[in-house]
Design a binder for this molecule. Sequence first.
Ligand code: CTP
Length: 418
Amino acid sequence: MADPKPAGPSPAPPVPRPLARVVLGVTGGIAAYKAAELARLLVKDGVRVDVVMTRNATRFVTPMTFQALTGRPVATDLWEAGAANAMDHIAISRGADAIVVAPASADFLARLAQGRADDLLATLCLARECPLAVAPAMNRQMWSNPATQRNVAQLAADGVMLLGPGSGDQACGEVGDGRMVEAQEIFDALVALTVPKSLAGRRVLVTAGPTFEAIDPVRGITNLSSGKMGFALARAAAEAGATVTMVAGPTSLPTPAGVERVDVVSAAQMADAVFARVAKHDVFVAVAAVADYRPSTAHERKLKKKAEAMTIALEPTVDILARVATGPRPPFCVGFAAESHDVEKFGEEKRKRKKLALLVANRAQDALGADHNAVTLLDASGATRLPRMDKLALARRLIVEIAARLPPRARGRRGDSR
Ligand code: CTP
């Protein structure tokens, strides 16, 4: 194996920071308070946030709230005293990666659909050079009114990204469509909007989480995998434009946006779910901590306690990744290896044994259940150590690395002819 290259160049370019500057437009509605949470999430992620409020928005939340959260002045008026001229205001959105209007009132959507420039926020949207996303929030009848639906259809046709609305309890006491989607969802959509689409047109299959091998109806053998890395990878692949299927072992993590999720419990179920789908995929990323052994017998009835020691016979499970990678017309296969010691040596042996294009090796003690991880990438050209980072940042980096290594697409999708 070649020497590791701790500081050496990696085969893929570094992940560009997807979201650096955002203009957050806030219009009049009770959901304006949720925009404060969105501003907080963006700032926490290192994004520069310039907030622009309509006059009505300031009746619900004060500009001071956003100024305190973002550390930047909040703009409210096209004709603000002290500004050299109105053109300065348009400069707020120059260089921004996105404008997001959350909440977007029915009135604002109507003005936007007509291309009006009758206040600062509408003017910025009209003069923008970046993507625009809106998160509608209004009473359910206002939302379902044909006029609003017409405006929304027009905005979608104009390339504006619509986030929601969601359904549920409304501030007016009614229940129905029109609730603003949660701040976290808007944040995730904004990041996805600006991530380079390096996997556009590709199909990616991911396994994630632990497996659970039953001993009896209430007991079993499992492991400490949280599923965080696999879920982050599925999310990062979807953000990069891939069609993503994730086969997940038992975990309560929420499904990432745009990812098709197949829930399984045991290694055998995970194997069946993967083998049934893998032929149609270009990439297989096996992140799951699959049990290597399962009890030879899963008792139908709960075992009773006895005085003497108990022995449970175990039998090996199928190695899903190795079976896929050594099968006919394998996809680009990526494995994960958690080793307690000699990470790179054992990792490279595992990569060769399982015939993997890429293996992501890490220390088991660092990875399981943690929010951060430091890994070494092993491929035919050697080892590349990546710095410690949070699992989502690592997932995005791994997607860039995978995309850079993928062979050019053959004509027709994998599996189309089968
Ligand atoms: N894997 C799999 N199916 C299994 C076991 C493992 O798909 N039954 C995949 C994992 O998802 C991971 C990789 O294989 O991507 C490494 O698994 P690991 O259990 O560390 O490898 P082993 O060959 O079982 O080696 P070890 O002796 O270290 O457990």
